[in-house]
Design a binder for this molecule. Sequence first.
Ligand code: 3H9
Length: 648
Amino acid sequence: MSVVTITRDAEIAVVTVNNPPVNALSQSLRQGLWDAAEALDADPEVRAVVLICDGRTFIAGADVAEFGKPPVPPHLPDLVGRIEAAEKPWVAAIHGSALGGGFEIALGCRFRLAQPDASVGLPEVTLGIIPGASGTVRTPRLVGMQAAVDLVTTGKPVRAAAAQSLGLIDAVVTGDLRDEAIAFARAALRRPLPQPVSQRPVDAPDAAFWAAAEAKVAKAARGAAAPLRALASLRNAAEKPFEEAMAFERQCFLDLRGTPEAAALRAVFFAERAAPRPAHLKDLTVLPLRQVGVVGGGTMGAGIAAALRDAGLPVVLIERDAAAVARGLANLRAIFEGAVTRGRLSEAQAAERMAGVIASTDYAALADADLVIEAVFEEISVKRAVFDALGRVCRPDAILATNTSYLDPQLIAEGVPYPGRFIGLHFFSPANVMKLLEIVPLPGTAPATLATSFHLARLLKKVPVEAGICEGFIGNRILKRYRAAAEALVRQGVAIAEIDAAMRGYGFAMGPFEAQDLGGLDIAYLQREGARAAGQEVPETLGDVLVRAGRKGQKTAGGWYDYAANDRKPRPSPAVTALLGPLVAAPREMPREAVAEHLVQEMAAEGRALLQEGIARSPSDIDLVEIHGYGFPRRRGGPMFATAAARR
Ligand code: 3H9
């Protein structure tokens, strides 16, 4: 079937795009739209054209899969220009998403209509590029420079109502989209047409506007190139004639398309889309998830419960006594109240989230749960007691999951009846925010349990990664190696603050020592002590020395750094220098790039070990774990991608 078909409703032609899955602008679609514009211009009976799409969305953008290849005509900027120059006005009828090149096509149309749940946007910077078909040149002509800067440099899509108030679209329509668009086109023909967007004037903000915008964009970009290039292109659009601005935009787009940053972001884009539906689970049965239990209402349990409620799943929250139930509910309420304060939820939505939670001390309340997630204290006997109780009250087909991050799930599962339903679901804190979910099947886990865990991840909009069993699974094992490698540099005389600065320079929000100070050094210390008590050979770390001296991080006013009261700014610590002095070599200069490269290589080496041991299934899974669970800079693609790219 053709990707473009033309039908008629009297004098209105309807151009329908059908290029699954997301109507991306492949060469054949560009050609099809070009031919349609030619044919309709030549047809004297046609007076206006509606552009509409089949399937789940309007045109979702350029075909990202074509970005590695030389561009083939018709080029998108020419196509947008061709539609705009058509003798009959085109009306874009948007459902789903009009993104990137898809929105640029809509900018070439004389009018844009959208359904209420549709969104529009220019997400190119999230792919390491800038809009390449007039997004930076036409958008400011349509909605003014400030709105254009926000849209293009953040890449965030805007929902229909907000898009209408900004002027990005002309109307929000609630009836049948095709009928509404035809009626709109017919009515539009009775009035003078608005100017094509390219011919509208553009604001020319002053130098102070650009200086402020540049400072803001540079800060948010954290070293990424595309947002600043997008801003430069917008500025050019304000200061140069249309054609010149278009040529500049195109050049920036082509320059960026081939950068390692864009290649990394494209790899992450496809990895994220592949992760929720792994090929090896394709044909497996998924069990229904109608009600989910959470055992434990601490930070982790409340976060998991919040994530479940955000996905609309009813939750039963179990705690050990009435006071703990009250604390658990208070934790949950605090999460939703925080969302209200930030404008993410209305009061009514927050109340509805809470209303969907039954809290109890009685495990019998879990009798009907389809899945129960345990999130209690990280101590084997506590967890075993929970699963003893669950084994007694839950249905035999209810999935039972542990959220352990370090313990061996096989020990936790011992004695659980129907062990095929047992699995590890490792959430990351705060669980309602962090996207990563490590899914840890046991040797006896049933395929349906595994498949349903991925289904859960899809419902929660998480990035699921399957991990085998080892201490720390994928993420915490790499974290351990990363921290050990960073400590080894300190022992060699590299300054703590230099190592942190190197990793920030690489794109992390925080270096390894600052991050430990924030999270607390005592958690890993207690694990090491536990292992030592169990007879394992665990060498003394520098972190151990600090914790023994009472330095557990920000919560004790000092860890790797000192902190002033009510101030999170890390300050180099003379006390730490004194404590670690005997263990550390003479000060050594190491270029920051070399520090970062070394530490990323160490992470990748651990990643390769995980692949060899069968703990991780693919390099891209490891990269997703690091990006979504550990703050690895997305624009570097993850440690496996970054080190493979460096070898290419
Ligand atoms: C651009 O337009 C540049 C221009 O300015 C300049 C050019 C000159 N290309 O996300 P889903 C695939 S840059 C190719 O699960 P949803 C995806 O891999 C582009 N493939 O669906 C997956 O494949 P598979 C700017 C694409 O319903 C399948 O479609 N546009 C593209 O949850 C389903 O994807 C964007 O960045 C693409 N552009 O969400 C939009 N997009 O089934 C990116 C998706 O084999 N796309 N695929 O695994 C999205 O944000 C979401 O796909 C969307 C639908 C919201 C549209």
